[in-house]
Design a protein around this ligand. Structure first.
Ligand code: 6R9
Length: 572
């Protein structure tokens, strides 16, 4: 996997010199960017929207450019200020108070963003849910958070088991409300039409809550990861250094706001930096995606390996139809970024795809590739300024370079989660010896670049060798016949575990013993004998989460005939 680094191209980047900035860094300097630094009045939605709307040179700038099949809409910073004020007034009218949980269960739409910002202005806590969730998933999250209000659409309401949610008092419906009788139903459009466009933003403390993101662990029920307004410091800073956002950028983050990437980087980072934000609704298709870039002249694009792999499999026909020359910076998150994908990006976009590593729990990017930095394909990059990362053993002792262990972050970065909702013991269990231990396994090289190996639960031990599934998967997809790959360890009496690969075949290839043997040899020659899968099974699809992560845990349960555990985030 160690390939030649891809050198940085020169350019006028916000982060000019990684080492210098890292060594001479102070979060206090970042805090000076915020209006609360002088006024003492804190609210993340104010900093993201109102602050620009109140600036005569910014108020008419496009904040949100929304497009979906059949709908297109453009909102300026001033528009968004007014609309979110109106919604904050609606919340006020219906008795929502500071700290109340207000959940959103709806597709990406302008109404989503107005409501989301309104919730924050009212000092309540927003809980975004994936629109694809089915009844049990919706129930578990609303019950655990004791949400008082839900914003949803009439269509999705059938997946909300209202009779089993005693805390849920009000349901705001976005869409046609004919036939919905009862005091609990609130008509979004009707209320918005009646609400005032001015609202006195509720000022909060930096440590007050704003966001509850549910995330599924490998076992058990999803946990509520609680974030506070203070996170804005890091959203802003990483937007500047890593996304390299500048005044004239048109930015597109492809993530759904049900996933932390769709809030931290689909809402906060671009707007805190005063940048035009493109939101695309509807389903993924290569044509729609390329068209979104071409039509909006997207300059900075943040997506995920699964999407890049799908675009890659779609071949050069769709990509050649569009003018993508507006793109100047491309980034990825959510899963290991296969070197193959980076090389594809160099070919079709003539740009490097910059990997970034972080988690729901970390609230913002922590280990990244920067435009000013040489990139080693397969590595996640280096920690952001102001953050210390390391590899530790199970007792929290630091390990030397090249030794695989727990990827850990020195406790206390600005966007760190502050609670696991109602589970203090779970929260404490993340921290060992002053380190936040991520549950990812990785190693660091001599130059301080971090290399992801797998979730700790996913690392395979075969004949005494530790093998990360990512390396094997990356090699597998380099084979022309392989579309996607998911690799697990399968218990074996002799070897501890053997490597089993699940793959999809690229169109035009047929399953045969010769082909499987060829794929096995390809990994053996390209990676190592002990990393070559002993078993390969062909599937129509590899199971993935809504955020595009391969669900190796599910592959393993299927293989071993075990219960599948929580699958609420499984993509259909
Ligand atoms: C933002 C987000 C977190 C887990 C994380 C890791 C995997 C994320 C990655 C990556 C390799 C990267 N992950 N980024 N693995 N390289 N650049 O994804 O949050 O949904 O909570 O997932 O995703 O395993 O621990 P979340």
């Amino acid at each position: 996997m160690n390939m030649k680094p891809i050198e940085a191209r020169s350019g006028n980047y916000n982060l000019k010199n990684y080492e210098e900035t890292y060594n001479d860094f102070n979060w206090e300097d970042v805090k000076k960017q915020f209006s609360w630094n002088e006024t003492g009045k804190v609210n993340i939605a104010y900093e993201a929207i109102d602050r620009h709307a109140d600036d005569p040179s910014m108020k008419d700038k496009v904040a949100l450019h929304y497009s979906a099949p059949g709908r297109e809409e453009t909102l300026t910073f001033e528009d968004l200020k007014k609309k979110s004020n109106q919604f904050a007034n609606v919340l006020d009218k219906y008795g929502i108070n500071k700290g109340d949980r207000v959940f959103l269960f709806m597709p990406r739409s302008p109404e989503f963003y107005m409501s989301f910002l309104g919730i924050l202005k009212k000092a309540a806590i927003a809980g975004p849910l994936f629109e694809a969730f089915m009844e049990q998933a919706v129930h578990d999250r609303l019950e655990d958070s004791e949400a008082k209000m839900l914003i949803t659409t009439p269509d999705l309401l059938e997946r909300v088991p209202q009779d089993k949610l005693p805390h849920l008092k009000q349901i705001v419906l976005v869409g046609d409300t004919t036939g919905f009788e009862g005091d609990q139903y609130i008509d979004f459009q009707k209320e918005m039409n009646e609400a005032s466009e001015s609202f006195d933003v509720e000022w909060v403390d930096l440590e007050d809550g704003m966001l509850l993101h549910y995330t599924s662990g490998s076992t058990g029920k999803p946990k509520g990861v609680y974030h506070v307004h203070n996170a804005m410091i890091q959203h802003y800073a990483t937007g500047k250094w890593v996304l390299d956002l500048k005044e004239d950028d048109v930015y597109w983050c492809t993530a759904d706001p049900g996933w932390v990437t769709g809030t931290s980087y689909g809402v906060f980072a671009p707007w805190l930096n005063g940048v035009t934000n493109v939101i695309r609704g509807g389903r993924f298709s290569p044509d729609d995606w390329y068209e979104t870039i071409a039509k909006n002249n997207v300059t900075v694009w943040y997506s995920a390996p699964t999407a890049f792999r799908m675009l890659m499999s779609a071949g050069s026909e769709p990509v050649n139809k569009y003018d993508l020359s507006s793109l100047r910076h491309i980034l990825s998150v959510g899963e290991p970024l296969n070197p193959e994908v980076i090389h594809w990006g160099m070919e079709v976009f003539d740009k490097r795809i910059h990997d970034t590593w972080w988690m729901t729990e970390t609230g913002a990017m922590l280990i990244c590739n920067y435009p000013c930095m040489d990139m080693k394909p397969g590595s996640m990059g280096r920690p952001i300024p102001g953050v210390e990362a390391s590899i530790v053993d199970n007792e929290g002792n630091e390990l030397p370079p090249r030794q695989m262990g727990n990827l850990a972050i020195k406790k206390g970065w600005p966007s760190m989660m502050r609670q696991i909702w109602k589970r203090p013991e779970k929260y404490e269990s993340y921290f060992i010896n002053g380190w936040y231990v991520s549950g990812d396994s990785a190693y660091m090289d001599e130059e301080g670049y971090f290399w992801f190996q797998g979730r700790l639960d996913d690392v395979i031990n075969t004949s005494g060798e530790r093998v990360g599934p990512f390396e094997v998967e990356s090699k597998l997809i380099e084979h022309p016949a392989v579309g996607e790959a998911g690799v697990i360890g399968k218990p074996d009496p002799e070897r501890g575990e053997i490597i089993k690969a699940f793959i999809t075949l690229v169109d035009g290839y047929e399953e045969s013993d010769e082909l499987l043997e060829d794929i096995r040899q390809f990994v053996k020659k390209g990676l190592s004998a002990h990393a070559a899968p002993r078993e390969i099974e062909i599937k129509d699809k590899i199971p993935k989460t809504r955020s595009g992560k391969i669900m190796r845990r599910l592959l393993k349960s299927w293989e071993l005939g075990l219960p599948t555990g929580d699958t609420s985030t499984l993509e259909e």
